[in-house]
Design a protein around this ligand. Structure first.
Ligand SMILES: Nc1ncnc2c1ncn2[C@@H]1O[C@H](COP(=O)(O)OP(=O)(O)O)[C@@H](O)[C@H]1O
Ligand SMILES: Nc1ccn([C@@H]2O[C@H](COP(=O)(O)OP(=O)(O)O)[C@@H](O)[C@H]2O)c(=O)n1
Length: 422
């Protein structure tokens, strides 16, 4: 039902949509037309000329929790059940410059003989799951590819729409993921993140536990009397070392985001898709803000990670490819949430990648999946750091964390004394 409603929203503008397929990390764009006007085959279809048949599966449900979860589950299901001659790539479709128009899914290249197994699986998917399926067929001479949209016709059969020709489409001005970042990957108010966890409570019991730990929004706090200093940076840049030294030197309280009370729930949310995982971390900041409010009336407060981390990791994950794909500097995605306590100072520790790796090795600890990704994926690391730098209100001040720990401490103390009059 939820799928039908979502489809009826998508279908009227179907032919205005742009489709993007990611092959080896690079996006290829195409659109569709009723009449062929002599355009070339889109590049993505030139790359898949060896395949007789391709499919797209776009996940669409008006229930966003279901949609987010099913997007991850679908990948597992396809990997498990498709013939080995099939190959999957990430895919999306969007309306250029239309916010929240992005739908995500997979592009399936099929080299299996007769394609019967994959067709059977896709028929099953379309009947039971919130997915829009299209097949792409090559003309006999290989000079044209057409798209055919499938519709569930009940009792195990599908209808297909008329054929559209696929034609090249220009790359959009901004990476399509940026259309949906606000309130899907990054949340700009307590309410927006709260709604996501409330909606997921039916299927994720741990969401209720998080909701119970949240501060009441009725208690609007006044600004703390003492300075609040946030230390940010990638894993192993020296945040723990520095925050503990600052606590001891300044007689400050040391807090972190996510707060300690969320630790037992964290692993559960790290397994969830971005919508739910990011809402969890966003709410963690509000719990930490509440603790800062209390401690900051008595002493200075040092905070190990805060909203910069939540937003920077979320943006860098949502946007694939190189740093230039990030939303422009002036984009609203980098703004501070209007209802979240603003620290007096945010310090970003930066470190040469080799030195960071060396410190990680010396520490000998396991990394989170995201931190392993950082290690393997230089582009991702660069995007996280650049997103950190672009976040405003308050912006972060970058400090080189490669000197010995006591020198880094002195450097940051200088900044604190200059900015916070301590
Ligand atoms: N300035 C520094 N110079 C050399 N080693 C450092 C420095 N700061 C921290 N380390 C070491 O690097 C590792 C990572 O530091 P840590 O404070 O745990 O980072 P984070 O909290 O950012 O993950 C630890 O083994 C720590 O002892
Ligand atoms: N305030 C925060 C803190 C962490 N995070 C997430 O948590 C991960 C890093 O946390 P971590 O605990 O492994 O990092 P360290 O503090 O151990 O360096 C990142 O992948 C972020 O996605 C967040 O979103 N918001």
């Amino acid at each position: 039902m939820a799928c039908r409603r979502a489809m009826s929203r998508l279908l009227p503008q179907w032919s205005s949509r742009v489709f993007s397929v990611e092959l080896n990390g690079a996006p290829f764009y195409f659109s569709i037309q009723e009449k062929h006007r002599g355009e070339e085959i889109p590049q993505v279809f030139r790359q898949v000329q060896n395949y007789d048949r391709c499919y797209s599966l776009l996940v669409c449900s008006s229930d966003r929790i279901k949609q987010a979860r099913f997007h991850s589950e679908l990948k597992e299901k396809l990997r498990r059940d498709l013939p080995t001659e099939c190959d999957l790539s990430p895919m999306s479709s969007f309306l250029p410059n239309v916010k929240d128009s992005l739908v995500k899914g997979y592009f399936l290249k099929d080299m299996s003989v007769g394609s019967t197994l994959s067709e059977k699986l896709l028929r099953d998917v379309i009947q039971h799951d919130p997915v829009l399926v299209c097949s792409y067929l090559k003309s006999e001479d290989g000079q044209l590819w057409t798209q055919r949209l499938w519709r569930d016709a009940g009792s195990h059969s599908v209808e297909t729409s008329k054929d559209y020709y696929v034609v090249p489409s220009e790359a959009p001005e901004y990476h399509p993921a940026t259309l949906n970042i606000i309130n899907s990957d990054v949340f700009y108010s307590f309410e927006e993140a709260y709604e996501v966890l409330k909606e997921s409570a039916d299927i994720i019991p741990e969401a209720t536990s998080v909701l119970e730990l949240l501060p009441s929004r009725a208690k609007a706090r006044s600004k703390p009397d003492f300075p609040v200093i946030v230390i940010e940076g990638l894993d192993a840049t020296g945040k723990t070392t520095l925050t503990e030294s600052l606590r001891d030197t300044l007689g400050a309280a040391l807090l972190r985001s996510p707060p300690k009370c969320l630790s037992p729930l964290r692993a559960c949310f790290d397994r969830e898709p971005p919508l739910i995982r990011r809402a969890f971390y966003a709410l963690g900041n509000y719990i930490t803000a509440e603790e800062i409010g209390q401690e900051g009336m008595k002493t200075p407060v040092i905070v190990d990670r805060f909203w910069h981390s939540t937003a920077a990791y979320a943006i860098a994950t949502a946007v694939s490819g190189p740093v230039c794909n990030l939303p422009a500097d002036s984009s609203a995605v980098y703004r501070w949430p209007r209802d979240l306590l603003q620290p007096s100072l945010v310090v970003l520790l930066t470190l040469d990648p080799e030195e960071r790796k060396r410190r990680l090795r010396d520490r000998g600890e396991g990394e989170t999946a995201e931190e392993q990704e950082l290690d393997h994926n230089q582009l991702f690391r660069l995007k996280v750091e650049e997103a950190y730098r672009r976040i405003s209100g308050p912006a972060c001040i970058t400090v080189d964390a490669s000197p010995p720990a006591d020198q880094v401490l002195q450097q940051v103390l200088l900044l604190i004394r200059g900015k916070c009059h301590l």
